[in-house]
Design a protein around this ligand. Structure first.
Ligand SMILES: Nc1ncnc2c1ncn2[C@@H]1O[C@H](COP(=O)(O)OP(=O)(O)OP(=O)(O)O)[C@@H](O)[C@H]1O
Ligand SMILES: [Mg+2]
Length: 261
């Protein structure tokens, strides 16, 4: 099943066009990576998925619900089922790690007792490998530790989808690998569907079941990772080749297939 469906998305900011008819699906229970050069619209696409930005044209369905047409109540219900880590998503400095992780619960599940809330927070911190950090302040944490806490906060509501903008940015290769492993673990253990945006191509290939590549307002590659690695499209190969030794390309397709709704 496809948990997110994007159809013929068009978006401009003033006279700057970001998308000119982008269509693809995010399969449930798998990890889909969105790649592409800086400014190609990766973060903008993620914001469309949670209804923070509206397209000029096109349809976007999450859990089968049209988020473009959805009213505030319907959007709220969808967002409760999604965890988000934005590119610039920092923790609140004045709160402890535990308070940061508890934040979505305080707002979305106010009926929960403080004890039940604390249990959930400790459970999620344990899941990301940070069991003893509940009472620490964010300022005393490393970049990799902050990413882990951010992930704990994103999953505290037990979402079905997690959108993760740049899980690896600013991390050394080993810490970056550890975050990638965490994503794979959560997909396997919790059945979470991940949509990740990454500039780390090697890491992306390791975590992603599917890859979507944006370039020049269009989707220039989409499919299972192994298939995208064999893409004959020159810009896709150039983008990937900088970091990877690619298998031989497939024959050039007439055009990218667009699945029907
Ligand atoms: N709110 C906005 N208003 C106007 N322009 C915007 C807005 N948000 C994004 N843009 C523009 O849309 C384009 C795509 O931005 P986006 O942040 O999605 O890029 P990106 O692919 O995530 O890049 P990066 O890899 O550097 O994070 C950019 O040209 C950006 O300047
Ligand atoms: Mg971005």
């Amino acid at each position: 099943m496809n948990i997110i469906e994007i159809r013929d998305l068009w978006k401009s900011f003033g006279d700057h066009t970001v998308f000119q008819g982008v269509s693809f699906d995010v399969p449930e229970g798998q990890t889909t990576a969105i790649i592409g050069p800086s400014g190609s619209g990766k973060s903008v696409l993620l914001k469309h998925m949670v209804g923070l930005l509206a397209p000029d044209r096109g349809a976007l369905r999450v859990f089968g619900v049209d988020v473009v047409q959805a009213d505030e109540a319907a959007l709220y219900a969808i967002r409760r089922r999604m965890g988000m880590l934005f590119q610039a998503g920092a923790l609140f400095d004045s709160m402890t790690v535990g308070e940061n992780v508890a934040f979505p619960l305080v707002h979305h599940a106010p009926g929960l007792s403080p004890q039940a809330r604390r249990e959930k927070v400790l459970e999620k911190l344990d899941l990301v490998g940070m069991p003893d950090f509940c009472d620490r302040m964010p300022a005393s944490l490393s970049g990799g530790q902050l990413k882990r806490v951010g992930l704990a906060r994103a999953i505290v509501m037990e979402p079905e989808i997690v959108l993760f903008d740049e899980p690896n940015s600013g991390l050394d290769p080993l810490t970056s690998d550890a975050i990638d492993e965490l994503i794979c673990d959560m997909k396997a253990k919790l059945g979470i569907t991940f949509v990740v945006i990454s500039h780390d191509i090697v890491g992306t290939v390791a975590v992603a079941d599917h890859i979507a590549m944006l370039y020049g307002g269009a989707l220039v590659a989409f499919g299972p990772t192994a298939q995208v690695l064999r893409s004959p499209v020159p810009i896709v190969r150039r983008f990937l080749q900088r970091n990877l030794i690619l298998p031989e390309a497939d024959g050039m397709p007439a055009r990218l297939p667009t699945p029907a709704l």
